[in-house]
Write a protein that binds this ligand. Structure first.
Ligand code: C5P
Length: 298
């Protein structure tokens, strides 16, 4: 008996970052959109669990020990219900690793939902969301999917209306970036300046609600982008190549280094992806549309 959960990647269409808090985290206004790149997480009973295996193009970069968010999710749920985390967790990975697309968070949310179904805990949605928030700032959104505004450190979610499908191209970089390192660089670049409170842009929320790609392109922002570019300057070439290929907007996804390009429609996205692949400025490029649902048992 095993349970498989399919769970999407995300792009941040707005990532407004406040000053570092006393606990080291940053308050955010984080507008998440779930997009159609997925990991699949399968859990199977296993006496010496939790055990993690991973397949996929980036599998060799995924930690297989108890630091993996999927293993931590299984242990957190098992502890809550007074049982052993006696599962083998297999991750079929398609979301880029250390890419700024919440791949690790997806696996955490996926393993949590899969173990919950396997063990029949009967946990409420609120309880699962609470465990997700303890695991990481982006994990609750991986469970919920669709589109949402994340406040606090990004874990407090308000669902958002989206009036259409947005077509994206994602350019995968030749190496990863560490999220804490990008936030530290954000702090360093902002030293001595007054960093405003993060707030969601009303124009951006209206563009999402209308499903209007031109209006969304005019309003997307990522406050972590200067920090990601400072640590990975070559990303500027990828952004330039995507814009030259007709992207309506080009930005770093979350803490990067994956870059995201908004296209007018599916056909335009396919053309931008091909131009990025031949530009030599990225490892590969993929198209994906959003919003898509969050973690689901399949
Ligand atoms: O919450 P999560 O474990 O995914 O965060 C990873 C790291 O990213 C944190 O340790 C912190 O350095 C940084 N972070 C932050 N502010 C946030 C979210 C994450 O500084 N709101």
């Amino acid at each position: 008996m095993s349970v498989t959960v399919r769970v999407p990647a995300k792009v941040n269409v707005q990532l407004a970052v406040g000053a570092a808090r006393p606990d080291g985290f940053h308050d955010l206004a984080n507008v998440f959109l779930a997009v159609g790149l997925h990991d699949e997480v399968t859990v199977t009973p296993c006496a010496d669990g939790p055990r993690v295996t991973c397949t996929g193009p980036d599998a060799d970069q995924v930690p297989l020990d108890r630091t993996n968010l999927a293993a931590r999710a299984a242990v957190a749920l098992a502890e809550r219900y007074g049982r052993d985390a006696d599962v083998h967790i297999h991750i079929a990975k398609d979301i880029p690793v250390a890419g700024g697309m919440a791949g690790g968070s997806a696996d955490g949310a996926g393993a949590l939902l899969a173990c919950d179904a396997l063990w029949g805990t009967g946990a409420s949605r609120e309880e699962l969301l609470g465990i997700c928030a303890e695991l990481g700032s982006d994990v609750p959104f991986s469970l919920v999917g669709g589109a949402a505004l994340g406040t606090g450190r990004g874990e407090r979610l308000t669902p958002l209306e989206v009036g259409g499908t947005f077509h994206w191209v994602f350019a995968m970089a030749t190496r990863g970036l560490s999220t804490p390192a990008v936030f530290r660089e954000f702090d360093r670049l902002g030293e001595g300046t007054r960093i405003p409170e993060p707030v969601a842009s009303p124009d951006l929320l209206a563009a999402l609600a209308k499903g209007d790609p031109d209006a969304l392109a005019a309003t997307v922002t990522n406050d972590l982008q200067p920090a990601a570019l400072s640590l990975f300057p070559e990303l500027a070439d990828t952004l330039t190549a995507g814009r030259a290929a007709g992207a309506l907007a080009a930005l770093v996804s979350g803490s990067g280094p994956t870059t995201a390009f908004l296209a007018r429609d599916a056909e335009s996205a396919a053309g931008i992806a091909e131009a990025l692949r031949v530009s030599g400025s990225c490892r590969t490029a993929r198209t994906a549309a959003g919003p898509v649902p969050g973690a689901v048992v399949i």
